[in-house]
Ligand binder design. Structure first.
Ligand code: NAD
Ligand code: SER
Length: 332
């Protein structure tokens, strides 16, 4: 059987940094091509091919797909919510044209499958705040959310009209230790761990009680790969699946960190990202994903905290008074 040849565009970002190695473990280093606008960071020794490329350059994308005989594309390049508000037209241009380029190439080159992430940002103030349903009304309040909501409709259109097999997840805020986040509203949930390890204090740009849906990166990567492996006839949602794990507030993650770093303190200086967070649901109903392709998350807040701190303290000179707790097994 012919092997899959996979292209990941936006591979140097928060998700790509963990998704590319995970795909390479399954498909082999040479079968997963990583591409990004940024040059490969010197410290990141790539096991497989890495190509510097602008996803807005249709011709360069087409050449790459032919050269590597690509049959699956994961499109991760985008401008995230907070940065998008600083230059809405630029965010719209990147988020929409990148998707249209990949959808057209998928049709033209008869790609087997495409993955494109959507976001909780498709929902706005008119959607239910808790357990937001799969088909809740979408009234996004950011250009990022508008681009994701429109993108979902394009995905469905290309399926209906051209039978392009495009699979999509509405990721919650993603937490990882391998790469910095790319300028979203949920970035506090990553920054707080870095600052806790470096300075034992954090100033949150969201208020203490703002609750948002979150997920550990290893769960998000697994969800992505499970969705892409699922039989096509089980995937009834042709826009994007709600995907959920846990929800927490800045105060709750601070408390979880203080279990290991008792000196850790948090204060609050909310900025314009608060209004973005306030427009999003605090939890999602992802029963369609759980029913259709048996999605289930692994990591709860305690497990995320422990794993983040374990990775981030490694190699630092910090000696945590709770380090023995870090090393003792707990429920994820
Ligand atoms: P990121 O900002 O960390 O990474 C995006 C990557 O795309 C960057 O490495 C950037 O250099 C690259 N890029 C930007 N413009 C490009 C271009 N013109 N051509 C090629 N590459 C380009 O983002 P991420 O967090 O990895 O998110 C990836 C996708 O997942 C995005 O679509 C995002 O909207 C979605 N998503 C992320 C989260 C999250 O919490 N991280 C949540 C929901 C959805
Ligand atoms: N984590 C993303 C953001 O905050 C949500 O899609 O922009």
């Amino acid at each position: 059987m012919k092997s899959d040849n996979i292209l990941v565009v936006g591979a140097a970002g928060q998700i790509g940094t963990e998704l590319v190695p995970a795909l390479r473990r399954i498909h082999g280093d040479l079968h997963v091509v990583a591409a990004d606008l940024r040059p490969l960071a010197k410290e990141k020794k790539s096991a497989g091919p890495y190509v510097q490329l602008d996803v807005l350059n249709y011709g360069a994308l087409a050449t790459l797909i032919t050269r590597y005989d690509i049959n699956q594309v994961y499109l991760l390049a985008a401008t995230l919510s907070a940065i998008g508000e600083k230059d809405p037209h630029r965010a719209w241009d990147l988020n929409m044209q990148s998707l249209l380029n990949i959808l057209d190439l998928a049709r033209e080159k008869r790609l087997a499958k495409v993955f494109w992430p959507s976001s909780i940002a498709v929902f706005g103030p008119d959607a239910p705040r808790t357990a937001c349903p799969q088909d809740a009304v979408k009234s996004p309040s950011t250009v990022y959310g508008i681009s994701k909501a429109a993108g979902e409709q394009w995905c469905q259109y290309y399926w209906n009209k051209y039978r392009v097999d495009i699979r999509s997840l509405r990721y919650p805020g993603l937490i990882s230790h391998s790469a910095p986040p790319g300028g979203g509203t949920t970035d506090f949930a990553v920054d707080i761990f870095h600052q806790a390890v470096r300075h034992q204090k954090y100033t949150s740009f969201l208020p203490a009680d703002t609750c948002l849906p979150m997920m550990y990166m290893s769960d998000a990567v697994r969800a992505t790969m499970e969705l892409m492996e699922a039989p096509a006839n089980r995937l009834l949602v042709k826009t994007s699946y709600n995907l959920s794990a846990i929800s927490f507030t800045p105060a709750q993650v601070a408390k979880s960190i203080a279990r290991y770093i008792p000196a850790f303190t948090i204060d609050y200086a909310p900025d314009n990202r608060q209004s973005i967070a306030d427009s999003w649901p605090s939890s999602l109903d992802d029963s369609a994903a759980r029913n259709d392709w048996h999605w289930d998350h692994e990591y709860e807040l305690a497990g995320i905290t422990r794993d983040m701190l374990l990775h981030l303290v490694t190699g630092t000179e910090l000696s945590l008074s709770g380090i023995t707790d870090l090393l003792s097994p707990i429920s994820l």
